[in-house]
Design a protein around this ligand. Structure first.
Ligand SMILES: C[S@@+](CC[C@H](N)C(=O)[O-])C[C@H]1O[C@@H](n2cnc3c(N)ncnc32)[C@H](O)[C@@H]1O
Length: 508
């Protein structure tokens, strides 16, 4: 396939680009499912040596990971694998530690509400290390099939090793927690307000419950979306079009299947490290949620008007490219169509990731601010046929992948993000040529970041833009796309992250 040589990007010190050595785009490993019902816990503490309790390594790793998330703002999916490696925890023990860590982080708000009653004090008044240990103990009691004796004894030993004076307190709190199961606790605590109740039952902050309800139109369905966030998602791979056949690729991977909707998706069900897969190492595939693949492919599928572009369809722009997932798919599609992609990323290290992720594809990465369209000679006004704005957002649509994120995000994150989203989308309107198409994408279903950002940016656009019905540019088999013209995907409906897509065409 004759890939056209991309235009050269002017060399300036702030431009990182240009194909550094081959590096892999790696994705976080996902955790395994919960321990099977009735499974025996064989990870009891080892006998004390020298009078001090020895904590079993799996629980210790889980505690360290949860503590690092709360103490150091660490990310569980980065910190836990390292802890497991360092402590030599593997196999079933690693699966136990992963479920304990991810589950405790997802359920933090609900566990805290229960621990607060059992401790008869606000959790903020419990020392942070003891508080994290109690969360881990309570998760084992309420959400895993760990026997009460094992959960309490191991947690008390953990607390004794962290804060010897608090062991008695931890013992009393956990014994009280163990007196009821999760459902009994939830009905005992049940707030009268339905949003507060849903927040407690599904372990999300209330503002996120309300945001999902606004986007879905009903609290009942929002509860399904909240539940979906509490399940570990499967790993999706993108078999890059023109480089790899998904069915043949899936056949080489244990337990893999082709995706439900995207023609490029392969779903990994057998676990394992995707980074070790040869097709990923050599750039014929990458890790990417199926929803992300669908929205990127929709941009490539939407028809252009001739306009002043005279029917040209060769200059594509990804205005927010890091770490390069969509640039990888767009680059592969561009390669099959003699087009090329300019990939813009404002964060230097993320621009380097984009360059690595798109190695071998007709993609040039620019370390620049996407809002500089018209000011930066590499981002000329009207210079592009297709433009993607995969905007920085709260990420509320991908909470299932980031166990701690729901508690870290705040409503106060919205104003600066929505301002940036609208500025980037306006820059995209300037960058696209008359008759060309812009895709605005977020991995958030929050309406301030989706519909409102699109409406506001279009209202203030210096050029005329028309909102297209995005639904025809997604696979016909994709259900529940609503009445358009924008599309909102959901984990509970589509098995994808909650990606939002709006397609807009600049008037010719
Ligand atoms: C949602 S992520 C993009 C994900 C990417 N498209 C992918 O599929 O891998 C948004 C990205 O926009 C970048 N960004 C934020 N502000 C920007 C700006 N003003 N110009 C360009 N990129 C920006 C962020 O650093 C982040 O990497």
């Amino acid at each position: 396939m004759g890939a056209r040589r991309p235009h050269r990007v002017r060399h300036r010190p702030r431009h990182v680009i240009r194909r550094p050595g081959s590096h892999l785009l790696r994705s976080p490993r996902r955790g395994p499912g919960p321990r099977p019902a009735g499974a025996r816990d064989d990870r009891l503490v080892r006998p004390p040596r020298g009078g001090r309790p020895a904590i079993d390594p799996a629980r210790e790793a889980a505690y360290e990971a949860v503590a690092a998330v709360h103490r150091d703002d660490a990310y569980a999916n980065l910190v836990l694998p390292k802890l497991l490696r360092d402590t030599g925890v593997t196999g079933r023990d690693a699966a136990f530690a992963t479920e304990l860590t991810y589950g405790t982080l997802r359920q933090t708000g609900t566990l805290d509400a229960i621990v607060a009653v059992a401790a008869d004090r606000a959790v903020e008044r419990i020392d942070p290390p003891v508080r994290d240990a109690l969360r881990i103990g309570a998760y084992q009691l309420l959400n895993m099939r760990v026997g009460a004796h094992a959960a309490v004894a191991t947690t008390v030993d953990l607390v004794r090793s962290l804060a010897p004076g608090a062991a008695g307190f931890a013992n009393a709190v956990l014994r009280r927690v163990a007196e009821s199961d999760r459902n009994e606790w939830l009905s005992r605590l049940a707030p009268a307000d339905p949003f507060e109740r849903a927040a407690l039952n599904h372990a999300h902050p209330q503002w996120i419950v309300r945001a999902f309800t606004d986007a879905l139109g009903s609290l009942d369905e929002a509860e399904l979306a909240l539940d979906a966030d509490n399940l570990a998602p499967p790993v999706h791979l993108c078999a890059r079009p023109g480089l790899l056949d998904p069915a043949a690729f899936a056949a080489t991977l244990r337990g893999a299947t082709v995706g439900r909707y995207s023609p490029f998706t392969v779903v990994l069900t057998g676990g394992g490290d995707p980074g070790g897969i040869p097709a990923i190492r050599d750039g014929r595939a990458h890790v990417q949620d199926e929803g992300s693949q669908l929205v990127a492919a929709a941009l490539a599928a939407a028809p252009l008007d001739g306009g002043s572009g005279g029917g040209r369809d060769e200059r594509w722009l990804d205005l927010c490219a890091g770490p390069g997932g969509k640039a990888g798919l767009l680059g592969a599609l561009a390669r099959t169509r003699d087009a090329h992609v300019t990939a813009v990323e404002v964060a230097h290290h993320r621009a380097e990731l984009v360059a690595k992720a798109t190695e071998g594809l007709p993609v040039y990465t620019i370390h620049a601010d996407g809002r500089d369209v018209g000011k930066d000679t590499d981002l000329p006004e009207g210079g592009f046929d297709r433009v993607l704005v995969d905007a920085p957002c709260t990420g509320l649509g991908a909470l299932r992948r980031r166990p701690e994120a729901r508690w870290r995000r705040q409503p106060s994150d919205l104003p600066p993000l929505t301002r940036l989203q609208r500025e980037l989308l306006q820059a995209a309107f300037r960058a696209v040529r008359p008759g060309g198409v812009v895709a605005y994408v977020t991995c958030s279903p929050h309406q301030a970041e989706t519909e409102v950002s699109v409406t506001e940016a279009a209202r203030r656009s210096p050029v005329d833009v028309d909102l297209l019905d995005a639904r025809p540019f997604l696979p016909a088999s994709l259900p529940d796309l609503g009445t358009g013209p924008t599309v909102q995907l959901w984990p509970h409906r589509h098995g994808t992250d909650a990606m939002f897509l709006a397609l807009l065409r600049r008037a010719g």
